[in-house]
Design a protein around this ligand. Structure first.
Ligand code: BES
Ligand code: ZN
Length: 461
């Protein structure tokens, strides 16, 4: 059993260098959803493979139909030592609107914001900063002991932010190589800046883009207005019809497989002391907008949603143009809970749209990523060990919580590789992930590395 304290000392000693390495990775513009950044995604994968090799991993970049994977293996102290698969993603979300950033999103820096030292830049929290906490913990083991505490396989993908389309088949094709005793993922958050957390529930997701087509060209809205169908009006009506006045989604069958949160769980969430004022106050709001009569934690952790993530059509430039567009489109996503079936939801949504379409108009659907909701055991030996490791590092008991975001591949780890996952992350609600001015607290990056070292130590023993 390699000792833990020299590993923690190595992390502390090397912290500034670990920041420099993270900065190198953050400078790479690996925006997976925009084809203009395809080469940057490969550069990020190559950077990671090289970094893993530098600490003794047998690592390489593996091509897929989309952005490449990075896979690396490292021996443990013995062939029968525990084997973990660590997963993270090197892709990041687009940065628009760029004008709202205070600093260049791809020129990271350490800054003080409201008295807290943070790393700025796109991906600093989601997920480059997070995945590097694990890599740095491995590096520190190597520096302190010349070895890893257990067998480790690392898997990084570049399409998580687009629903992991290439990873689903890649997992199947490489199941033997990737299967481990369990998976570890660093892509979730803490309860608050001082309190670590293990996430045992995540919502699922279905992404759909719809385009309503009407006339065969853009029209003068005086010459044709009143007679010709307006696709923006049709689209707006369809979207507006998707919720009733109590905030429930009206698509038939949408709630199939959704269960009521057990009273006992609701009470344990209430004890966490989160209020609508606190949760929404941080983002400049105060009134919960979802289903009425439910707490904000229940709304984001245990209820499904339909959200509109983008909408376009007609004249969007400066000034004014009296036009009836030929088409209008929207990007719609559904967050799923419990046993909701992603493909059934997709089909129900399509039927809902088609039923509202005038006979002389047409709709086009474009499928985006999907994955079911995740529920993991909250009393497994792995959770118990991780809980005490985290509590030791942060000096406060770790909370076991759910989160509203989605990590599509975690479902496949369970269904395709028969592996449970341990979801531990150091992100915070105010990290502004997916928004302008993303940041990662220095304390998350530093104590995150130390936390993984402790978790690996606990697993190995
Ligand atoms: N790291 C997030 C997921 C997350 C966020 C989990 C906050 C827990 C708390 C992840 O990178 C992400 O944003 N996933 C996307 C997936 C989607 C595009 C398929 C999401 O949740 O929108
Ligand atoms: Zn992420």
């Amino acid at each position: 059993m390699p000792e833990l304290s020299p590993v923690l000392e190595a992390i502390d000693r090397d912290f500034d260098n670990s920041l420099d390495r993270l900065f190198e990775l953050l400078r790479i513009k690996s925006i997976s959803t925009d084809p203009a950044f395809k080469a940057d995604c490969r550069t990020a994968a190559e950077w990671l493979a090289k970094d893993l090799k530098s600490i003794g991993f047998d690592a390489g970049v593996r091509d897929t139909e989309g952005h490449p994977m990075v896979v690396g293996h490292h021996d443990g102290p013995s062939p029968d030592a525990p084997h973990v698969l660590f997963y993270g993603h090197y892709d990041v979300q687009p940065v628009d609107p760029l004008s709202l950033w205070h600093d260049d999103p791809f020129d990271p820096a350490v800054k003080e914001v409201n008295g807290v030292r943070v790393i700025t830049g796109r991906g600093s929290s989601d997920d480059k900063g997070q995945l590097m906490t694990f890599v740095e913990a491995c590096r520190a083991y190597k520096a302190a002991h010349g070895a890893m505490p257990c067998r480790i396989t690392v898997l990084f993908e570049g399409e998580e932010e687009s629903g992991s389309p290439s990873l689903h088949p890649f997992l199947e094709a490489n199941a033997d190589e990737l299967k481990a005793d369990f998976a570890m993922v660093c892509d979730t958050g803490m309860w608050d800046a001082e309190t670590p957390a293990i996430t045992t529930g995540l919502r699922g997701l279905v992404g759909e883009e719809i385009t309503i087509h009407a006339a065969d060209r853009d029209l003068h809205s005086g010459v044709y207005g009143g007679a010709a169908a307006n696709p923006i009006r049709i689209l707006a009506k369809i979207l507006a019809d998707m919720h009733d006045e109590t905030g429930r989604v009206t698509i038939p069958g949408f709630y199939d497989g959704v269960e009521e949160t057990p009273e006992q769980i609701k009470q344990s969430w209430n004890k966490l002391g989160m209020t609508a004022e606190k949760f929404l106050g941080e983002i400049g709001l105060s009134i919960p907008s979802g289903e009425t009569g439910r707490s904000v934690l229940e709304l984001v952790w245990a209820r499904p949603t339909a959200e509109f993530n983008g909408i376009s059509g007609g004249y969007e430039g400066d000034g004014f143009k009296t036009v009836i567009a030929s088409k209008a489109s929207a990007k719609v996503s559904f967050r799923l809970v419990h046993k909701q079936d992603p493909e059934k939801i997709r089909a129900a949504f399509r039927a809902f749209v088609e039923a509202r379409l005038p006979a002389d108009c047409r709709v086009e659907f474009q499928k985006h990523g999907s994955g079911p909701a995740i529920q993991l055991a909250f009393d497994s030996p792995m959770v118990t060990s991780a809980k005490s490791a985290l509590s030791d590092e942060w000096g406060k008991p770790a909370q076991v919580i759910a989160m509203g975001g989605s990590i599509p591949i975690v479902g496949d780890f369970q269904s395709k590789l028969g592996m449970d996952s341990l979801l531990v992350g150091f992100g915070l609600d105010d990290d502004r992930i997916h928004s302008p001015n993303e940041k990662y607290n220095i304390s998350s990056f530093h104590k995150g590395q130390r936390s993984w070292a402790r978790i690996l130590d606990a697993i190995a023993s």
